[in-house]
Ligand binder design. Sequence first.
Ligand SMILES: Cc1cc2nc3c(=O)[nH]c(=O)nc-3n(C[C@H](O)[C@H](O)[C@H](O)COP(=O)(O)OP(=O)(O)OC[C@H]3O[C@@H](n4cnc5c(N)ncnc54)[C@H](O)[C@@H]3O)c2cc1C
Length: 387
Amino acid sequence: MTYRLPEEVEALRRAVQELAETRIRPRAAEVDREGAFPWDYVQWLREHDLFALGIPEEYGGLGAGLLALAVATEELSRVDAVAGLLVAVQELGTLPIILAGTEEQKRRFLPRCASGEWLAAFGLTEPEAGSDAAGTRTRAVREGDHYVLNGLKHFVTNAGVAGVYVVFASTDPQRGAKGITAFIVEADTPGFSIGRLQHKMGIRGSTTGELVFRDARVPATNRLGEEGEGFKIAMATLDRTRTNIAAQAVGIAQGALDLALEYAKGRRQFGQPIAEFQGIQFMLADMAMQTEAARQLLYRACARLDEEETTLRRLPAEASRLSAMAKAFASDVAMKVTTDAVQILGGYGYMVDYPAERMMRDAKITQIYEGTNQIQRLVIARSLLDG
Ligand SMILES: Cc1cc2nc3c(=O)[nH]c(=O)nc-3n(C[C@H](O)[C@H](O)[C@H](O)COP(=O)(O)OP(=O)(O)OC[C@H]3O[C@@H](n4cnc5c(N)ncnc54)[C@H](O)[C@@H]3O)c2cc1C
């Protein structure tokens, strides 16, 4: 099955492309070099309503669906993966509220996230609980009309810049995954602070850091869903949002292909453009094939997921399998294509004067976060074997 995207999605693509080319491209190398959070990007994304894409219309959003989100993330990431990540993480941090929030919680938090006044974050990973997120050690104990949280989350995107964090903590350690509960933690919650911000190989403008809970008092009204429903909420979220990481990967790969193509046409060796060497042509052809295959799988996964209701009900195996396939495939493609782009640029590819090496560093993270590609393969294999 091939896809002709709806006209409104293509119109969105054109608008995002223009923003990316005129505003973000000139800033991308500087954001990477300085590793400082790009608040100017946030302002531009706000002005273009891009934080509203995934949020339902009744809560101030555009309710545009995962396919539209993917196209926006792809086009931003083509120029700078950090810009794409801002849109992707807004979805990651708000989808748990959309999936499991009460009407009051949705009204309180979603409109401010849709406008981009608040950035959102998702705190699941801990030092001892990465791929095995069921091993969450952060504790939440009910005391009257509050929960008291103690523990540490790490590797959290948007740490320190988000206004609202969805955090997962155990309310019943004996029950393992079934004892995990989700909470909405506001940035000014007493007892909650930001710990160390990590220095990274890529996506250096994005913040990644620790969330520290020392007797943090979270109102019981900020509990998402029932006690013990947190793991289910986290998995239902990730099942859908990993298409955004696939989109980030497709965008990075396309950006690297564009660059390699231009360079190969202009660079002359042995008296001719290197694009005339068959060895380079075959590399370019493979890069284009792989990027397009990843894009089609991504769009297929998004279109399939957009057929499903946005509820906590478990997705059909085929839908979550497609989502895992798109994430693993696209991120492997991004790594391969960016590495090949560096090769086509030769020594210049290794230098910071060209964006190829940044794209290669940025591509790497797409194989790791929102579930490593080993975990995606487990998801795919299990769904095949159980089906
Ligand atoms: C820049 C960045 C941003 C991030 N943002 C967020 C965020 O916003 N929120 C959040 O909650 N988390 C975030 N993460 C965390 C990320 O999702 C985890 O790093 C990832 O899930 C892997 O966990 P880990 O690092 O503990 O690795 P581990 O789980 O320790 O894995 C180490 C290696 O073992 C492999 N492995 C583990 N289990 C298996 C298995 N069963 N079979 C085969 N191989 C296996 C893994 O694939 C990996 O190769 C972020 C991470 C980074 C680096």
